[in-house]
Ligand binder design. Structure first.
Ligand code: S2G
Ligand code: ZN
Length: 444
């Protein structure tokens, strides 16, 4: 248990930019028995508990909003099993996503979900937030790979949910309810994950566009090709300017926007599929298309893409990370609306993300703490959420709701649905002590 201020500090912040939340202590648990004990004592003494993976969350899910204890699972970091025949991995929640991917790929297997922070985020955090990433376009998000959980509720009762088999419909999908519940239903202490055979070949291209809107229009051209990229990422000029010269891949000067398109599968025919994507981009207005010539170039390109969030964050005093999703046919319209909102409110936006999914990370970049700056940024956020919902989208694509977006939930969800979700939370945690204050506004 950590109580001294200096060592406690790192447990009081996350990647949301929402600041620091004080807590009494951080408990670095090393076993399910310790999680059970902490949650039993917390209920007895009515102490709030905030579960935490590695704090890479972007909406405040791991921030101790009501003080109490931070329950860190970082020391529960063993890969317990990789079973080639069952295509299953069994891991503890503190295993780093990228570490599992490297371990299974050594055995010719594949764990697709690839949050940008995969070199530092934990699988327990990915489960709590139902994390996504570029490859979600073809392979889906974390939820699709969680077969079963061992999870402990507030009070110390352990649930074994789900299964080890690829299919199973015995009873309600309690596993599915816990995945994405942002640490408010239970604390996962063991995760059974589905694996896939590793794709034999991968091919990647970078398409350069004069501006973001032409790149946005190109997305639908690629989508309608029939080729099924595993990733289709968009980065705008502002994002590229923050990356250029500070990341491994040498990004083309003056690019208005780029698309990264990656396919995988049998080597046979992959090149032809990639060329179709390249042609679609050129027909849509790409001024240059570059195909990654080797694994190193591909690695550099993805490392560059994954640095977007941290580099934008460290380059400004504040970064408000929106994470909206619109129907694929509305991507271009949304890009135009964001541009108009940013101009009207005189705020700087960097937009990048998982264009294939219609999932845009719209980052407002603030360089001072002036009340007017904050007012304009908040106004822009509200208008971005309004525009998203107007285009039949949703306000959270992969980062969750946490503290950052809870005030907007009633804009998207009607009272009966909100009431039902609050009732679900009370079923799992009647005293509202596990990660309290998250997702739903505290006032009815
Ligand atoms: C991205 C950042 C998420 C992360 O860059 O796609 O979702 O894992 C954001 O840092
Ligand atoms: Zn993302």
């Amino acid at each position: 248990m950590i109580r001294d201020e200096e060592r406690l500090e790192r447990f009081l912040v996350d990647e949301s930019g929402l600041g620091r939340y004080p807590a009494e202590a951080a408990v670095l648990v090393e076993s399910r028995a310790e999680v059970e004990l902490v949650l039993r004592l917390a209920l007895e003494h009515r102490v709030a508990v905030t579960p935490r993976g590695t704090g890479t969350g972007m909406t405040g899910g791991a921030l101790p909003a009501r003080g109490g204890i931070v329950l860190s699972t970082e020391r529960m970091n063993k890969i317990r099993e990789i079973d080639f025949d069952d295509l299953v991995a069994v891991v503890e929640p503190g295993v780093i996503t990228g570490d599992l991917q490297a371990a299974v790929e050594l055995e010719g297997l594949f764990y697709p979900p690839d949050p940008a922070s995969l070199s530092s985020c934990s699988l327990g955090g990915n489960v709590a937030e139902n994390a996504g990433g570029p490859r979600a376009f073809k392979y889906g998000v974390t939820r699709e790979y969680v077969l079963g959980l061992e999870a402990v509720r507030m009070g110390g009762e352990t649930l074994h949910t789900g299964r080890r088999t690829s299919k199973g419909v015995t009873g309600y999908d309690v596993t599915g309810a816990i995945v994405g519940s942002e640490g408010t239903f239970a604390v996962a202490t063991e995760i059974t994950l589905k694996l896939l055979p590793k794709p034999p070949a991968v091919a990647t291209l970078l398409a350069v566009f004069p501006d973001l809107f032409i790149a946005g229009a190109a997305v639908s051209q690629v989508l309608h090709l029939g080729a099924r990229p595993r990733a289709l990422e968009l980065l705008d000029r502002t994002t590229l300017e923050h990356l250029r010269g500070r990341t491994p891949y040498r990004l083309p000067e003056g690019a208005g926007a780029v698309l990264i398109c990656e396919l995988d599968g049998e080597a046979e025919g992959l090149e032809a599929q990639l060329l179709r994507c390249a042609n679609a981009c050129e027909q849509a207005g790409a001024v240059e298309v570059v195909v990654a010539q080797n694994e190193q170039q591909r690695r550099d390109l993805w490392e560059t893409r994954r640095r977007a969030n941290p580099l934008l964050k460290e380059s400004h005093k504040h970064k408000i990370p929106e994470d909206i999703v619109v129907p694929r046919g509305a991507i271009s319209e949304m890009l135009h609306r964001v541009d108009a909102i940013a101009a009207a409110e005189n705020v700087v936006c960097a937009t990048y993300g998982h264009a294939g999914d219609g999932n845009l990370h719209i980052n407002l970049l603030l360089d001072d703490d002036l009340p007017d700056t904050r007012r304009r940024a908040e106004a822009a956020v509200a208008q971005i959420i309004r525009a998203t919902l107007d285009l039949r989208g949703t306000l959270a694509g992969e980062h969750g709701v946490g503290l950052l977006k809870s005030r907007f939930i009633p804009w998207e969800q009607a009272p009966p649905l909100i009431r039902l979700q609050r009732e679900l939370k009370r079923v799992f945690d009647p005293e509202d002590l596990l990660n309290p204050g998250k997702i739903f506004p505290t006032t009815e």
